[in-house]
Design a protein around this ligand. Sequence first.
Ligand SMILES: [Fe+2]
Length: 281
Amino acid sequence: MGQIVFAGAMSHVLDPEYYERACGAAGRRAVEQCMAAVARMGGRFSASQPDALIVVADDHLNAFSFNAVPALCVRIGREVQRMTQDHAEAFDRVLDHMPPRYALHEELANQILEQGLAAGFDLALSWEAPVDHAFLSPVNTMHGTRAIPPLVPIWVNCFVAPQPTARRCFAFGRHIARVVSANPWRVGIIATGGLSHFPELSLPRVGETDSAFDRKLIHCMERGEHDALLELTGDELHKAGEHEFLNWMVLIGAVTPAPADVRYFGELPRINLAAVEWRLG
Ligand SMILES: [Fe+2]
């Protein structure tokens, strides 16, 4: 029987140069500590001898566009390419140093997609969307020079209203857990982004965070109190700069009621950096 052998969530701009420019020496120090925690999590993931890694992240309106904004999208096919952009955001420049192509776990992705549709999740699919820093910064920081197992990238629409609800993301995570348990593979899952921050899309609030809201979320994750998280509304998440927590809700649904351990939490003026790992029974 298949098993989720690792679950972790982390911020996804993991670039000391970026934070040095944005927040000075304290920014560099904080993200280096966060990256060290993510790398240690990656060591534990690799030691679990995984067959696949599901990566739940959000689109930053660079893989997709206002032409179509999928609520939940599964990347299928045999491999995925690193995003290249002529006018990359500063935090996507870090991609230049990363491998350009990544194997996908085609069968796991297909099952999540096909059985998801059968179960009532109207999932979008993509054969050709590339992956940006939200996927590749955490994946490469986790692995360093070690081999990366086949990926299953999944996008959640965190930015463009109306987003899927926290409850729906959690339910989709439950679906992923059912697919994994019905197959023979050892699977890791990570969710990326956050915690509280306001991106360029919310320009007037760039530089603000809501640490009290972060602590509320962390409290619930540490205790496995997931019912409270199901009640989070889009409005609350938006006001607290927690839009990317929807990615984390998918992961929480996949591992509930497992409690979490905080491996790193650090407040910066620009964003609160975090790395969290779940204790799987
Ligand atoms: Fe982001």
